[in-house]
Each structure stands twice: as structure tokens, then as C-alpha cells.
Design a protein around this ligand. Structure first.
Ligand SMILES: *Cc1c(COP(=O)(O)O)cnc(C)c1O
Length: 378
């Protein structure tokens, strides 16, 4: 059989795109780095797991149900969300993680020659989906570690379709206040779609932080993302959603893959949203972990950015990929930030206090050996 003519078959924008290689499974990593345990501080997961009600749904899941297709459009979950937020169930689209709803929005609004705008130091999936679909991603540099509203506005042209704002931003934790977001939306004045990704919404307790869903009635070009992966501890089941005005969501629905959200994810998410107690407990854990970390990082004289969300960004006096490998051999997995355009920085998920202690102990050792090696070189 003849080998496919990939040069002709593959679009240029796919040829030029480099595949993202996810980290290997824990068992493989443990063998590779020779560690007995592994603390995963790389993905902003919730170490408390899903809320207890969701845990019991998962435990009691009837195996036979696995043979039945789920609700194709997460019917019950959408009705519950609608009730919770006082909206129409048709204003919600549930996806296989918030990651999937990113693709729905870009497919719905972009065609050849169009562009999207976001920041350079943010969650990279907006940029990736745009680029491997053949659309330009205009990346506006962060300003003081936050999204630069004026900079984003100045990059808009007649082919700009969507602006993505990550609020609070992963990885810096900076956020736009309600005033700032309103001002931005006022200036856009309906000419583009504005997506506000609120993956860490439930972690933020700041008074001036906007609840964007409440702004939908005033700004029908606004689309809000939420996920069950972070606060609700359901990252492994892959479920998130978008919510917007009826007209906009009715368009996005056309590009949405039905049946992509499995039945267990739908049921666990349905149960999880009622558990306010779980949110309080998680916030408490994050607060304790951050207080401890900040104190220790000051002692180590390291620069860090401690914003909203269950993570913190730390600048190291060494390459982030080297630090990653050294920390891995001590059983700690962090996220290197070179890929987020922050060379020599790492992002660390906030975990229980004992895990944060283990992280600081490992980090101190790594920094000490690096210091000694540097001195030898001199
Ligand atoms: C984790 C994350 C998501 C994606 O979450 P899913 O697991 O796909 O629901 C989206 N945006 C940001 C900023 C995130 O950090």
C-alpha cells in the first residue's frame, strides 16, 4: 500500500503545530524517577477529592449502566444549573471538561482569516485550539502578571471574533474586578464574543471579584466557562460547561459534540454542586497551605506570585525543567512554567499542610545542592 502523501494532505497550520505531550502516568513516573510516592502538585487538582455526596454516587454506580449512552446534552445537570443561577437550561452547554467547550466556541465563531485575542502568560488551550484550527491567536503580554485590558482592546481588528480572559488567571492568580470587566465589556460593546474562563471561581473570596454569570443579562456577547475539575475534585471524570445568552448559546450548540460527557461525570457533578461545605473545607486547606508556603518562601528568599486560586507561582534561581527533575526524584511533581512563557518559574498546587511541608523540604534540598554545585564551579 502506498504511504499517504502527508505533505499534500496536512494543512499548513497543522504541519507547523507541535503536539502537546502530557505527563506520563504516575506508575511510570515513579519507576522513571525512582520514587516510592508521588505528590501531584502539577495540575491544580483538589487533594480532598470530590464532595462526599459525589463520592457515594461514584461508589454506588451500577456497573450495568456503563452500557447505556448518557444523556446527550446533560439534561438533568443543565436543569439544575439553570435553577441554581436563575437562567434557562438552554443557556448551558456541558462539555468533556471546560477544555472541550473552548473548541465549541472557537468552531462556532471563527473562519479562515479570523483571529482570537488572549494573553501570553495564561492557560494555553485557547491559543492552541485557535492555531491548530488555522486561526491566528494574538497574545497580549501580561501587565504586572495580570491580563492587560487596554492592550487586548488595541489588538482588535475587524477579523477578531473572540477575546479570552482567564479570571482569575492560571498561572498568576491575578484577577479583574467587576468594574474592570464591565469597563472592558462596555468598550467591546457587543462587537466580539468575550469569554471569561472561571475555572477557579469557587476559590475566590475577594469582594470585588465578579460573578460573571450575573452579568449575562446585561452583556449578551459574554460567555462564561466553569469546570468541575478544580474545586469539585472531578478532574478525572472530565466535565465542565459554558453559559451565555440564549442567542449566543444557540449558535455554539451547532458545533457541540453530543454524548461527549459520560454518565458518571454527569451524575457526580449533579450531586457535587450542592455541597457548600466541601468548598469551605477546600478554601480552608488552601488558606493554610498558602500561609505556610509564603512564610517558607520568604525564608528561602524566593520570589513568588501568590494570587487567587489553589496554586502559587515561584521563581527559582535555576532552570525549571532541572528543578522539575530534581523534585521528581524526591516524589514531588510541579508544573514547569517555560511552556507558559515564564522560564525558571514553577507553579505549585496547594495541597494539605503535610504535603506542603514535604514540598518545602524537597525544594530546600534542591536549592542547596544547586548552590553547592555552583560554588564548586567558581
Ligand atoms: C483546569 C483549567 C481548565 C480546564 O478544565 P477541564 O478539566 O477541561 O474542565 C480551563 N481553564 C483553566 C484556566 C484551567 O486552569
Amino acid at each position: 500500500m502506498k504511504y499517504p502523501d502527508l505533505d499534500r494532505l496536512v494543512p499548513d497550520y497543522v504541519k507547523h503545530f507541535e503536539a502537546y505531550i502530557p505527563s506520563k502516568p504516575d506508575d511510570v513516573l515513579k519507576r522513571l524517577f525512582g520514587c516510592r510516592y508521588l505528590y501531584r502538585l502539577n495540575n491544580n487538582e483538589n487533594p480532598l477529592g470530590p464532595p462526599p455526596v459525589a463520592q457515594s454516587i461514584i461508589k454506588r454506580f451500577p456497573p450495568h449502566s456503563a452500557s447505556i449512552y448518557p444523556s446527550g446534552d446533560a439534561y438533568h445537570l443543565r436543569y439544575k444549573l439553570a435553577d441554581r443561577f436563575g437562567l434557562n437550561p438552554e443557556q448551558f452547554l456541558v462539555g468533556n471538561g471546560a477544555n472541550e467547550v473552548i473548541t465549541f466556541v472557537i468552531k462556532a465563531f471563527c473562519q479562515e482569516g479570523d483571529n482570537i485575542i488572549t494573553a501570553d502568560g495564561t492557560f494555553a488551550v485557547y491559543e492552541w485550539v485557535a492555531e491548530f484550527s488555522g486561526f491566528e491567536a494574538r497574545l497580549v503580554p501580561l501587565k504586572n502578571f495580570g491580563f492587560d485590558d487596554e492592550g487586548m482592546l488595541s489588538h482588535i481588528d475587524e477579523r477578531t471574533k473572540i477575546l479570552f480572559v482567564c479570571n482569575p488567571n492560571n498561572p498568576t492568580g491575578s484577577y479583574w474586578s467587576e468594574d474592570k470587566l464591565r469597563n472592558f465589556l462596555d468598550k467591546i460593546n457587543g462587537r466580539q464574543i468575550v469569554v471569561v474562563d472561571e475555572a477557579y471561581f469557587e476559590f475566590v473570596e475577594k469582594e470585588d471579584y465578579p460573578d460573571s454569570i450575573k452579568l449575562l443579562s446585561e452583556y449578551p456577547n459574554l460567555v462564561v466557562f466553569r469546570t468541575f475539575s478544580k474545586m469539585y475534585g472531578l478532574a478525572g471524570l472530565r466535565i465542565g460547561y459554558l453559559v451565555g445568552s440564549l442567542d449566543v448559546v444557540n449558535i455554539i450548540r451547532r458545533t457541540c459534540v453530543v454524548y461527549s460527557v459520560n454518565v458518571l461525570a454527569q451524575e457526580a457533578a449533579f450531586a457535587a454542586i450542592d455541597d457548600q461545605e466541601h468548598i469551605f473545607k477546600t478554601r480552608e486547606m488552601v488558606k493554610k497551605g498558602k500561609d505556610f508556603l509564603v512564610k517558607e518562601l520568604d525564608l528561602l528568599r524566593l520570589q513568588y506570585v501568590n494570587g487567587e486560586g489553589n496554586f502559587i507561582m515561584i521563581k527559582l534561581p535555576m532552570s525549571d525543567s532541572l528543578a522539575y527533575r530534581k523534585l521528581m526524584s524526591k516524589g514531588i511533581m510541579v508544573r514547569t512554567m517555560t511552556g507558559f512563557r515564564f522560564p525558571n518559574w514553577i507553579r505549585v498546587t496547594i495541597d494539605k499542610l503535610e504535603v506542603m511541608e514535604a514540598f518545602i523540604e524537597a525544594l530546600s534540598k534542591v536549592l542547596n545542592t544547586a548552590r553547592i554545585e555552583n560554588q564548586k564551579k567558581l
